[in-house]
Design a protein around this ligand. Structure first.
Ligand SMILES: N[C@@H](CCC(=O)N[C@@H](CS)C(=O)NCC(=O)O)C(=O)O
Length: 230
């Protein structure tokens, strides 16, 4: 049995969906973010030196990094026919070209897509916290200059890239969800929630498709139930 250590409102949600897509045996232990810092609480940090979500425990091991967790749970799920076929299906092991594409999106999600979005989010939080008025004024000028010099351009380029990839497609690779979707879902879901996809019809339709999938809905319900216990 896998245990997902789920940090409130975090990338952990991808792993709940992965478990549902696999039909895995798992439970969720939810952790509340520190109300002052919004970071993981001490109890979560004790689980792994990185202290970042998601974390998955299986037997005596606790694994970090979403992409590595996907590989880990698909590998450790066992040798039963359904676990083997879940691994083949979700990593497209039967098709080298598709498999390499799944790997691309999985790496791209954490390597290029999310970092500038997270940076923009952190800078906006700093903007909101800056006070008194003259400090806020200077903070805004500096943050605007940083965004303008680099991050706005990179974010724009990435959104254009993903939007054009999804043109005419149901999922990131092939006609069924794969680990590529598991990895990309979190960022697109967050963008949609914050109203940033209004001028991107393909990404908007993709998120709507996720919301209509029974496995995705079940995952979100289980996660909400785990968070409700906090
Ligand atoms: N590349 C890592 C990123 C992990 C990460 O930054 N997780 C965030 C949650 S979305 C986190 O743990 N934040 C709280 C903290 O660092 O204390 C992964 O994919 O697992």
């Amino acid at each position: 049995m896998f245990t997902l250590h789920h940090l409130q409102d975090s990338r952990s949600q991808r792993i709940v969906w992965l478990f549902e897509l696999m039909g895995a045996d798992y439970d969720i232990k939810a952790y509340k973010r520190d109300p002052k810092t919004s970071l993981a609480p001490e109890s979560f940090k004790k689980l792994h030196p990185l202290g970042s979500a998601p974390l998955v425990s299986f037997n005596d091991e606790t694994i970090a990094e979403s992409g590595a967790i996907c590989e880990f749970v698909l590998t450790k799920a066992g040798k039963q026919a359904d676990a083997v076929s879940a691994k083949e299906r979700l990593l497209c092991l039967h098709d080298e070209d598709k498999h390499l594409k799944v790997q691309f999106w999985s790496h791209y999600s954490e390597g290029s897509f999310l970092p500038p979005l997270v940076t923009a989010m952190v800078l906006n939080k700093a903007r909101a916290k800056a006070k008194p008025f003259f400090v806020k004024f200077i903070a805004n000028k500096i943050i605007d200059a940083i965004m303008d010099a680099y991050f706005d351009k990179v974010i724009k380029r990435n959104l254009k890239f993903v939007e054009s990839h999804l043109e005419g497609k149901t999922f990131f690779v092939g006609d069924e969800p794969t680990v590529a979707d598991v990895q990309m879902s979190f960022g697109l879901e967050a963008l949609e929630k914050s109203g940033k996809l209004s001028s991107f019809p393909n990404m908007t339709a993709y998120v709507a498709r996720l919301h209509a999938m029974p496995s995705y809905r079940k995952a979100m319900e289980k996660m909400a139930a785990a968070e409700a216990s906090l």
